[in-house]
Design a binder for this molecule. Structure first.
Ligand SMILES: C[S@@+](CC[C@H](N)C(=O)[O-])C[C@H]1O[C@@H](n2cnc3c(N)ncnc32)[C@H](O)[C@@H]1O
Length: 329
């Protein structure tokens, strides 16, 4: 009798087919899982964003204001005892003698060489003007008044632009017989967004998005024969001031004239203040735009707050604010 071929047992069938499915379907299953995970993540994040705006129904600026208000409430309730924004550290490095400051900066910033070596580089040579010095209140009487009074060995300027005020200070020190005085200029040489639209800046040249501010400043210094009197740090004011503190570079006269919004001015004044080293005639920190409406009077508010915190009196000389410190606080 012919026997019907036996069908494989059921479990064998299942085993066989699942083996076949698993090898075939594994990549598809992984892919589906991946797709599912991505969709869940995407949906949850877009729901979160929608919730923010739909429940508050406020434009971002109100949202920001409410965050600030909340932080202020927390601070005034004494829940934050030492808020970061008031903490600018306290200890700087051991003081470098004033006659070594220029070398110290050349060593640390320019590998020990003068940045004016082989200046100007070929690619900007015919774009620079022999001399192009523009500033704002850069020759006010305050500069002469303070240099006469303080007779500084080291002047630190935060915010230099084309060098108008720095070069004016060099000229004054020469006239007053302070031949060894050095001016340390700090500027990122970027100006500010849109500054080249300013009518006075419309002739500014640009190379691949670089407005050549630093090169024109260098050219102006060279033209004034002041490369031995001026040394500069082409960085943001915050990082440059912190480094000077760490390296022990102090000055008897410090000018603050970089960012004019409250936070920039507040941070620059606090950081610069650490670098003040009152000599026998005391030390001075001062700056421009106490009276102008630039950046919503941020400078004025920062200066006034600083005076309150440190129990100082704001003196005024022309458009400038001045703090005269007779000894370390
Ligand atoms: C008003 S100008 C300085 C003018 C100069 N004191 C004068 O009277 O000739 C301000 C300068 O600060 C610089 N500046 C603004 N914010 C800065 C920052 N955070 N770090 C470094 N430089 C900054 C700008 O590049 C600009 O050159």
């Amino acid at each position: 009798m012919k026997r019907e071929p036996r069908s494989p047992p059921l479990h064998h069938h299942l085993h066989y087919s699942s083996k076949k499915i698993s090898s075939f379907a594994k990549p598809i299953v992984y892919f589906l899982c991946l797709l599912l995970a991505y969709s869940v993540g995407y949906l949850s994040s877009s729901t979160r964003n929608n919730n923010n705006y739909s429940t508050n129904n406020k434009p971002p600026v109100d949202h920001v204001n409410s965050v600030v208000a909340r932080v202020n409430t927390v601070i005034s309730n004494g829940l934050i005892t030492e808020p970061d924004h008031n903490n600018f550290g306290a200890v700087c490095g051991k003081a470098v003698p004033s006659q070594d400051i220029r070398h110290k900066i050349l060593d640390r910033v320019f590998k020990g060489t003068s940045p004016w070596q082989n200046f100007p580089p070929i690619h900007v040579d015919n774009l620079l003007r022999k001399k192009w010095v523009k500033g704002w209140g850069s020759k006010g009487a305050v500069f002469e008044n303070l240099i006469r009074k303080v007779r500084p060995k080291t002047i630190i300027e935060v915010g230099t632009f084309l060098g108008a005020s720095a070069l004016h200070m060099v000229e004054l020190t020469r006239r007053l017989g302070l031949d060894d005085t050095k001016v340390v200029c700090i500027d990122d040489f970027r100006g500010w967004p849109g500054f080249s639209d300013h009518p006075r800046m419309k002739d500014m040249k640009m190379v691949n998005g670089d407005v050549l501010l630093m090169y024109q400043f260098m050219q102006n210094v060279l033209h004034a024969n002041a490369t031995e009197s001026i040394v500069y740090m082409p960085f943001s004011s915050g990082s440059a001031l912190e480094k000077l503190c760490e390296w022990g570079v102090f000055g008897e006269l410090i000018e603050v004239d970089a960012g004019h919004d409250f936070h920039s001015a507040w941070s620059d004044i606090n950081r610069a203040f650490k670098l003040l080293n009152p000599g026998s005639a005391g030390g001075v920190i001062f700056g421009h735009d106490y009276f102008t409406a630039a950046d919503n009077r941020g400078v004025r508010r920062a200066v006034n707050l600083f005076a309150r915190v440190h129990n100082l009196t704001v003196q005024v000389d022309g458009q400038h604010w001045v703090f005269h410190i007779t000894n370390r606080l």
